[in-house]
Design a protein around this ligand. Sequence first.
Ligand code: GLU
Length: 546
Amino acid sequence: MDFNRLAELLFPHITQSPEDYEREFPQRNLPEGAKVTRIGPSPTGFVHLGNLYNAIIGERLAHQSGGRFFLRVEDTDAKREVPGAVELVLSAMAYFGISFDEGATVDGDNGNYGPYRQRQRKDIYQCFAKELVRRGLAYPCFCSEERLTQMRETQIAGKDNFGYYGKWAVCRDLSYEEIEKRIAAGEEYVLRFRSSGDIENTVELFDGIRGTLKLQENYQDFVLLKSDGIPTYHFAHVVDDHLMRTTHVVRGEEWLSTAPMHAQLFDTLGWQRPVFCHTPVLMKMDGDTKRKLSKRKDPELGLNYYREAGYVPEAVWEYLMTVLNSNFEEWRLENPDADLNEFAFTLEKMSNSGALFDMMKFDSVSQETLLRIPACEIYDKMAAWLREYDPDFYRLFTADRAFSERIIDVGRTGDRPRKDLTNWKQARQFLSFYFDESFVPESPYPENVSMDDRKEILTRYLNSYDHADDNSAWFQKVREIAESLNYALKPKDYKKNPDLYKGSITDVSNVIRVAVVGRTNSPDLWEINHIIGEAAMRRRIEKAMA
Ligand code: GLU
């Protein structure tokens, strides 16, 4: 077969040569050891935690080494694309503080290695496809979907391996004349790779996270170009990561099984393989079992979830770092105030089995992270969130900046700061009692305090209340009320002798707390009185007694 002739028949419009592209996209001029990484999101309208997780790894690897980090839109699957999806990815990445050195942007491309949207690279892929045809390493395949399905059924029945290979690869050796005739007749075809792999062979593949792996060699004549001339992921990834000079391909573990196909293509084209870094799948505990995070069941898999709940990006980074690198938490303990970018992230410290995403742990990391942010910044961030998600509370919260900064800071100082704030949605709920307009009693009064006692406690409290009292004088009065009504001053005394008392001091303070704050869990009551003011405090108690 004259493969040159076949290449011209299939790709008459391709005039560029591989060398032209090699020249157009030269090796990058970067310092020794600099890594070039990327993310390749598909514009499906759903940006998931895995996108951010891989982006953080890529960003750290590149920027810690003086390399480059870019964004490539993998839009070869037009059926899955939804309008506005690229903007969605870009805005999610921007929100989480991921900075790209180059790649697709809202207004087009930024950088010298583009285009950065795969559908705009059709001619580039076809140039290399033509080269493979010319070398006898790719061929057109006219098998219809029905035919392939039929073939699969026969393979199942005969317990054969699935796929297009060996005797099943019926289009492998069609003559030039037959191909020409079928194309002239308007038959559709895909372009397949002619694999020289053997089902019995294994290949070595170096993975930056998993080390050297021995995997089954690819023996399938997989599809390079679909019938519309658009490449499959496999072909597009290899061509792009070669021409964009990617050194480390950070991608999800789901690509590990097809990595031998990619390695074979790199080798066949005479290109250096990048270091593959297959990141572990994100898992969660579901009862006693660990399972993959699922788009259908777990809202926390979508990046939007964090934005809508108002988690600060810093908290998400901080938590993902603890999932990513086993030594991160220890580093954080030693460097409580350091910028996260000072941590030396390494692939070696990554686990290669599933990464466990634990929402409770994440919330606690988020609380710690917020403790490190000064009240004035919390105010700005929370106000920005409220403006978008809760305009009514935004009005209350921003009416008096100094007041709001004060309520943010209640209980946050000292050796054992309270961790009341987790995200803006929860913080809005938590802080709502400070404002008369949003104050709603939430917790019930303690059960063991009778209605009469409740009134009595509140009456005595109001009668003895002096706004000038300091915290301990104030508390002394609460103790006196408790004692005079026969509530134990030490909760443990009441526990030991429940028949001797009506309850304990905790019940008495909780009565006051529920009246003033609306709930039993709150920061220091004396401090709250001094923030909302005596008048508001009295009003709430009187209302509670009415
Ligand atoms: N488009 C692929 C995905 O969304 C990207 C894989 C890669 O990074 O190579 O999974």
